[in-house]
Ligand binder design. Structure first.
Ligand code: JEH
Length: 234
């Protein structure tokens, strides 16, 4: 098996969408394997408590380290002889970029730790940073505050899985993408797309796209992509 993903969460239901579409097909085709683990399975008390009050005081609750340690040890033991890449989602992490997704797709075993409340006791991160066969990254998907790591994990998994050979029907689109994203002129966005009909609600498809002149079309698209990059956020 090429890429294995373990997700640890108190909300396994968030990950139902992974059965759908391209990711669902990649699973059925055996290109990837995904296991979702309920953190509460690692608790002993009847309530399945996973949080406690913060040392030093302050608002909110912090996730206790021991259920995390048990869950992470378990998924590591189930995947021997590989480097375990532990991704801890946090608003304070390294920002997700295409470059990071391109790196993570090369990992055989990714473990996503989805915290809730104010986050996970930092000793979990600290412990696995110095554990054998572990790499640890704290990752954020952007500068806004979410309620937990689940949605961020879905975003990161989708960004990674679509890079796996065979997952996307048309590999040419991945190749084209890498050119747009890393173009010499710092072009960050794609050119605008059109499909049939030739005229829709009075809006026409630009003449050049109907010309069949591939040189002119490429030039037009580069120009449009550049303009749209300049106008980002405006
Ligand atoms: C959120 C994991 C686990 C809420 C608030 C605070 C911000 C600044 N891009 C992302 N945003 N949020 C998360 C994420 C990712 N990946 C994320 C998580 C967890 C990821 C628990 N939470 C909820 C949560 C505290 N505030 C964080 N600070 C604005 C300075 C203020 C304090 C922590 C955790």
């Amino acid at each position: 098996m090429s890429n294995h993903f373990d997700v640890i969460t108190i909300f396994p239901d968030y990950f139902v969408p992974l059965e759908l579409s391209l990711i669902g097909k990649a699973k059925s085709a055996g290109l990837i394997s995904i296991e979702i683990h309920d953190l509460r399975a690692q608790t002993n008390d009847v309530h399945g408590s996973v949080d406690d009050t913060p040392y030093g005081g302050g608002a909110g609750m912090v996730m206790s380290p021991e259920p995390w340690g048990k869950a992470i040890d378990e998924v590591a033991q189930a995947n021997p002889d590989v480097i375990h890449e532990l991704i801890v989602l946090t608003p304070a992490g390294e920002k997700l970029t295409q470059k990071l997704a391109n790196e993570l797709v090369n990992s055989k075993h990714l473990i996503f730790a989805c915290g809730r409340y104010e986050g996970i006791d930092i000793r979990v991160t600290d412990f696995y940073r110095s554990a054998q066969n572990f790499k640890v990254r704290e990752v954020s998907i952007g500068d806004y505050v979410l309620n937990g790591g689940e949605v961020a994990t879905l975003v990161i998994m989708e960004a990674i899985i679509r890079l796996i050979p065979g997952v996307i029907g048309n590999p040419a689109s991945l190749d084209e993408e890498s050119h747009t994203l890393e173009g010499s002129e710092g072009i960050l966005v794609e050119y605008p797309n059109y499909t049939k009909p030739q005229e829709w609600r009075g809006l026409k498809v630009p003449e050049v796209l109907l010309s069949g002149n591939h040189g002119l079309i490429a030039e037009y698209r580069r120009e449009q992509a550049k303009l749209r990059t300049q106008n980002l956020g405006k």
